[in-house]
Design a protein around this ligand. Structure first.
Ligand code: HH2
Length: 270
C-alpha cells in the first residue's frame, strides 16, 4: 500500500520553519496550490504554531488565519483539506468550509467535544502523541520505553474517539515526532514504527525539517530536505501511510523510487 503525502500549509507568523511566509491568505492559498501541483494528496492547513514555546492563539484569531485558506483550497476541488487544530470552533468552521479531516496534535484532549463533532461530520481524524504541552514538552522528556508508552497513549485515545462515535476506520495515529522527545526517542520511534501498526489503524508521520534533523546534521531549518526525505522513506518502509511534509515535490520523487524498489510490479512510465 502506498503512502499519502500531506502538504503543510502554515498560516502562522511563528511556525518553526516557515513562520510568516504564508500568513497572508493569498500567499497561503498560492502555496497550497503549488503543493497540490507537486503531488500532495492532502493539504494540512494550520493557524497555530506548536513549536516549543509558541504563543497561544485564540479561536477567533486562528479562524481569521485559516478560514479563507480552507474555503478556497476546498473549493478548488484539488486534494482534500485537513484542518490542523485542537479547537472545536476552528474545526467546526473549517469542516463547514469544506475540510475533510481534523488533525489534532492533542489527540482530542484539549477540547474533548471535538470528538463528537468529528463523529457527527464523519470526517477523518489524526490522533497524535505529545508528552506534556508545547510550552513544556522539550523539558527533559523521559520514558521507560518510548514506543510502548506512545502506543498505549494512542490505544487509549482511539478508544476515547470510538466511544464518542468516531468510526474506527476514519482514525489515523501519529507518534508525534519532536513532541516531547529527545533525538534518541525520535530515532527509536522511526526504528520501531511498525509496532504502532498493531493498533490496527493507519499511521501518519510528521518529521519534516524538525530539530532532530538539525541536531544530527548541523543543517539550518531551511536546509533539511535531505534529512527529511531519509526520515520519511524509513518511516514509509516501516509502515507509515501518510507523510506530513513541507517539501512535497522531493517527497513525491523519493516515494516513486521507494515504490519501484519495494514492488517490482510497479511500472512507472514517464
Ligand atoms: N507536527 C507539527 C504540526 N502538526 N500534526 C501531526 N499529525 N504530526 C506532526 O508531527 C505535526 C503536526 C509541527 O510542524 P509544523 O506545522 O511545521 O510547525 P509549527 O507547529 O511550528 O507550525
Amino acid at each position: 500500500m502506498q503512502a499519502k503525502i500531506m502538504g503543510i500549509v502554515n498560516v502562522t507568523p511563528d511556525s518553526f520553519s516557515d513562520g510568516g511566509e504564508f500568513l497572508d491568505p493569498r500567499r497561503a492559498i498560492a502555496h497550497g496550490r503549488e503543493l497540490a501541483a507537486e503531488g500532495a494528496d492532502v493539504l494540512d492547513v494550520g493557524g497555530e504554531s506548536t513549536r516549543p514555546g509558541a504563543a497561544a492563539v485564540t479561536a477567533e484569531e486562528e479562524l481569521v488565519r485559516v478560514g479563507p485558506v480552507v474555503e478556497t483550497l476546498a473549493r478548488d476541488g484539488g486534494p482534500p483539506v485537513s484542518i490542523d487544530t485542537s479547537k472545536l470552533a476552528v474545526a467546526e468552521a473549517a469542516l463547514g468550509a469544506g475540510a475533510a479531516m481534523v488533525n489534532d496534535v492533542t489527540a482530542l484532549r484539549a477540547e474533548p467535544e471535538l470528538a463528537g463533532l468529528c463523529a457527527q461530520r464523519r470526517c477523518e481524524v489524526v490522533l497524535m502523541h505529545m508528552l506534556g504541552d508545547p510550552r513544556t514538552m522539550q523539558e527533559t522528556p523521559t520514558y521507560d520505553d518510548v514506543v510502548d508508552e506512545v502506543k498505549a497513549f494512542l490505544a487509549e485515545r482511539i478508544e476515547f474517539a470510538v466511544t464518542e462515535g468516531v468510526e474506527e476506520e476514519r482514525i489515523w495515529v501519529d507518534p508525534g515526532i519532536g513532541f516531547g522527545k529527545t533525538v534518541e526517542h525520535n530515532l527509536e520511534l522511526h526504528r520501531r514504527l511498525g509496532e504502532l501498526a498493531e493498533l490496527g489503524r493507519a499511521i501518519a508521520f510528521g518529521s519534516s525539517r524538525k530539530s532532530f534533523i538539525g541536531k544530527l546534521t548541523g543543517a539550518d531549518v531551511d536546509r533539511r530536505v535531505g534529512g527529511t526525505i531519509a526520515s520519511n522513506v524509513i518511516a514509509y518502509a516501516n509502515g507509515a501511510r501518510m507523510l506530513r511534509v513541507h517539501d512535497v515535490g522531493p517527497m513525491r520523487q523519493a516515494l516513486r523510487v521507494a515504490d519501484a524498489i519495494r514492488d517490482p510490479s510497479v511500472r512507472y512510465v514517464i
